[in-house]
Design a protein around this ligand. Structure first.
Ligand SMILES: Cc1cc2nc3c(=O)[nH]c(=O)nc-3n(C[C@H](O)[C@H](O)[C@H](O)COP(=O)(O)OP(=O)(O)OC[C@H]3O[C@@H](n4cnc5c(N)ncnc54)[C@H](O)[C@@H]3O)c2cc1C
Length: 338
């Protein structure tokens, strides 16, 4: 097992930007970690794990080791009459896991259908869509600490999940390899159809029966109508998180901007629609050469051809600046920038 040198990553990141990895390898089994580590020890440089590259922006060549996670395997580890624990290896495709759940009538992840990426990345930003977060179904995350190879078995509560957030983006950032995730899934029929438009779309495609397949297809249809097709348009999905504000800031904004879009999270905290803030600043559909902001969904920054990561980063900074100037709100990237 060896690292290849100066490997182009353009085809390995969904933004499709050019960047070379100084060293590159693929990991198929967790045991390979120790071999990688002994090579890295002789020539220490930063290490980056890459799933399917759908939540990263390379703004320069990566002068270190890029290891693409390609470990596979999905298995049921235990079950009761009501629940089933399913363990999936980090390199499994996220949608392949959803298909496994549909085949085995396991409920919980179907609203997350169609999200690009791998299983190993899913807990990192606590992926979420259509009223569901992956944290709702995670039982445990099995990780390996990179400094001493100790295995960590983090229970759901240890992962400190929040909105697009977890311990893996904070205290454990770049300190662990996520080897597999164990999901607690329901064997009893239960759906989350409250999110606007979901129930109607399920009914449209399957008028007489609501089942996992119908929900999964409905979610993908809704996604396709709102999000540019990732096989045709290079992006990393939402570039920014929706900002949170307290009640005082919300009331202050509502005086000046009565049509502000917001959602109540708790009595004291509210989530603002970042897309609305960006649109109000005139960015929707903006394009300069090969980079710009999607016409339909202004949270999505796009590479139309040969844009560089630096172009996209600069655009994101200009957007942050104008939102801050108009609303006094800081937008934080959801995408991991290297
Ligand atoms: C069109 C589009 C739509 C999207 N829609 C959504 C959405 O609806 N909801 C949502 O939440 N997200 C969405 N995303 C973002 C993205 O799909 C998720 O963040 C996904 O989980 C990223 O998976 P990945 O394997 O591509 O991660 P990568 O981009 O490869 O990696 C992301 C981060 O995780 C780290 N990492 C990856 N694997 C491991 C591992 N095994 N161990 C340790 N660290 C690791 C990487 O180093 C990097 O920092 C969308 C993206 C696109 C392109």
């Amino acid at each position: 097992m060896q690292f290849a040198e100066n490997v182009e990553l353009k085809m390995l990141n969904s933004f499709g930007v050019k960047a070379k990895a100084r060293f590159y390898a693929e990991l198929h089994v967790v045991a390979e970690l120790k071999q990688f580590a002994s090579i890295i020890q002789d020539n220490p440089k930063p290490l980056l794990f890459l799933g399917s590259g759908s939540n990263v922006l390379f703004t320069q060549d990566f002068d270190g080791y890029v290891v693409r996670v390609a470990s596979k395997g999905i298995k049921m580890v235990s079950e009761t009459d009501d629940e089933c624990l399913v363990e999936a290896a980090a390199g499994e495709g996220w949608d392949d896991l959803i298909q496994f759940c549909i085949q085995h009538n396991l409920y919980g992840l179907e609203n997350l259908s169609g999200i690009p990426g791998t299983v190993g990345s899913s807990p990192i930003q606590n992926i979420g869509a259509y009223g569901v977060e992956v944290a709702d179904s995670i039982h445990q995350v099995h990780a390996v600490r990179l400094d001493d190879f100790e295995e960590l078995h983090l229970k759901n509560c240890d992962c400190l999940f929040g909105y697009r957030d977890s311990i893996f983006k904070n205290e454990l950032k770049a300190k662990v390899f996520i080897a597999s995730v164990v999901f607690r899934l329901s064997k009893q029929e239960r759906f989350a159809l409250d999110y606007k438009g979901v129930a109607d779309e399920v009914k449209r495609i399957s008028p007489h029966k609501t089942d996992l397949k119908a929900v999964s297809i409905a979610i993908k249809n809704i996604r396709n109508s709102k999000i540019p097709d990732p096989t045709l348009v290079c992006s990393a999905g939402s570039f920014f998180k929706n900002p949170m504000v307290d009640v005082a800031k919300l009331n202050q904004l509502l005086v000046e901007f009565p049509s502000l879009i917001y959602y109540k999270v708790t009595e004291q905290s509210f989530k603002l629609a970042a897309a609305w803030l960006i649109e109000q600043c005139g960015w929707k559909g903006y394009r300069q050469g090969d980079f710009g902001v999607n016409q339909l969904q202004p949270l999505i920054l796009v590479n139309y051809g040969d844009a560089s990561g630096k172009d996209i980063l600069l655009l994101s900074q200009q957007m942050q600046q104008s939102v801050f100037t108009k609303f006094g709100i800081e937008l934080h990237p959801e995408v991991n920038i290297f």
